[in-house]
Write a protein that binds this ligand. Structure first.
Ligand SMILES: NC(=O)C1=CN([C@@H]2O[C@H](COP(=O)(O)OP(=O)(O)OC[C@H]3O[C@@H](n4cnc5c(N)ncnc54)[C@H](OP(=O)(O)O)[C@@H]3O)[C@@H](O)[C@H]2O)C=CC1
Ligand SMILES: Nc1nc(=O)c2c([nH]1)NC[C@@H]1CN(c3ccc(C(=O)N[C@@H](CCC(=O)O)C(=O)O)cc3)C=[N+]21
Length: 381
């Protein structure tokens, strides 16, 4: 059986920062001059010529013999047969590699800006309390800023800080011209009202994209948010850079949190996917996911999404970061996603690993949003 493929060509020439969505004005940097697309199995990929990421692959499938043809969009009635499942292998979407490319692009733009107008973008991170995981994320963000030439500012506040104290720090950064982006590390201690705190970040510096005005604009047709939340933006960026066509596809987002699931669903819809959102009250979530060409999972449950939940050829973006005990690991645990990777890789056409998938993209998008903010504030094109 040969993979069904069709080649179509379209021409786009742009050289800005990121792959644009159908409705957003986001820009791209990679010199994609021509794109060709091909259909394989259940999925339709776009291949960007001149994108070194995609050059090494002829198509998304290592084994073209594993082709599923359906007269309908439905997957095989039961689990994919073992014979087929063992042979197929999804393309691994390398978030670490893409994030590195983006960080390099940001670094180049930062130094261009510094040279041209003497402005260095600045990111302020506010950490309240001493959660170990939050402290690690903040440290990683600081290091990532340094690596691309963004100046980082931190405010580390004790666990028992009041809401007013946190907001006072935010106001200080709002009024500081050296700061172009403000991030309040979540979760906040439970005595602090997250909504009041996030509302206090001025929208021009809301590089996390969590301000209700930015989210509201994201949800509305014809409106543009100043910033798109980093993790969902990273998911879409991975789909773009791997040439995955979103338009007209069925997408399922698992999870509906304000920071990942909900904005991810809004973004997919802006990209003209038909989107379903599955959450903790959804009955039989697998009935939804089995219909999906694209799954974005942001739940926080290790290995919840089984191979049998996945339509053959689907593209899987696994946002979940779940520590599982592992005595062999120096940390005593290792990180796994929401998706049962070993099963999914045999059924999906492409999948993000954990770690090394969405996580590094979140940080890369934060740097990119900070750069965008500094450019906008200083009217630097
Ligand atoms: N890679 C990255 O950069 C990032 C990773 N993460 C990771 O992503 C995951 C999700 O994060 P976040 O959105 O903040 O988490 P939240 O806990 O805020 O949200 C989890 C969502 O999953 C839903 N859910 C929980 N259990 C189930 C279930 N059994 N079936 C279906 N849906 C379920 C919840 O439903 P309901 O709304 O009904 O409660 C909720 O909408 C975590 O593992 C987190 O560590 C988060 C941010 C960035
Ligand atoms: N205001 C705010 N904004 C956030 O964006 C935000 C937040 N609060 N609170 C916590 C979550 C979580 N988050 C991650 C970022 C990077 C990785 C990441 O880089 N992970 C690596 C693994 C890191 C490791 O090994 O520990 C990876 O997946 O490869 C993970 C998770 C951002 N969040």
């Amino acid at each position: 059986m040969a993979a069904s493929s069709s080649i179509t060509t379209s021409s786009t020439t742009s050289k800005l920062l990121f792959t644009s969505s159908s409705t957003s004005t986001a820009a791209r940097l990679l010199p994609f001059t021509t794109t060709s697309s091909f259909k394989c199995r259940a999925f339709h990929f776009h291949r960007h010529r001149f994108n070194p990421l995609l050059h090494v692959h002829v198509g998304p499938f290592k084994n073209p013999r594993i082709v599923f043809t359906h007269s309908t969009n439905r997957p095989p009635s039961s689990f994919v047969s073992a014979a087929l499942a063992t042979e197929a292998s999804a393309k691994v979407i390398d978030g670490k590699k893409v994030a590195k490319e983006i960080r390099d692009e940001v670094a180049a733009e930062v130094s261009k800006m510094k040279e041209a107008i003497g402005v260095v973008p600045g990111l302020a991170v506010i950490l309240v309390g001493d959660r170990k995981d939050s402290a690690t994320y903040v440290r990683n963000k600081k290091k990532a800023c340094e690596d691309v030439g963004i100046k980082s500012f931190d405010a580390r506040l004790p666990e028992d800080s009041t809401e007013e104290e946190v907001i006072k720090h935010i106001s200080g950064f709002n009024n500081d011209p050296a700061v172009h982006g403000i991030l309040v590390q979540l979760p906040l201690p439970s005595h602090i009202n997250e909504q009041n705190v996030l509302n206090a970040v001025c929208i021009e510096k809301d590089v996390d994209g969590f301000h209700p005005l930015n989210i509201g604009r994201l949800a509305m047709r014809g409106r543009e948010p100043l910033f798109v939340p980093c993790t969902p933006k990273g998911c879409i960026e991975l789909l773009h850079r791997y040439g995955v066509v979103i338009k007209g596809k069925r997408a399922v987002v698992i999870g509906r949190s304000n920071i990942v699931g909900m904005p991810a669903a809004l973004l997919l819809q802006r990209e003209d996917a038909t989107v379903s959102v599955v959450h903790s009250r959804t009955k039989n979530p697998e009935e939804f996911t089995r219909e999906a060409d694209i799954i974005i999972s942001a739940v926080g449950q290790a290995n919840m999404v089984k191979g049998s939940w996945i339509k053959p050829g689907a593209v899987i973006i696994d946002v979940g970061i779940n520590p599982v005990e592992d005595s062999k690991s120096p940390r005593g645990y290792r990180l796994v996603g929401d998706v049962c990777y070993d099963e999914a890789i045999k059924i999906a056409s492409a999948i993000t690993p954990v770690p090394g998938g969405v996580g590094p993209m979140t940080i890369a998008m934060l740097l990119s949003n900070t750069l965008t903010s500094a450019k906008r504030i200083h009217n630097f094109k």
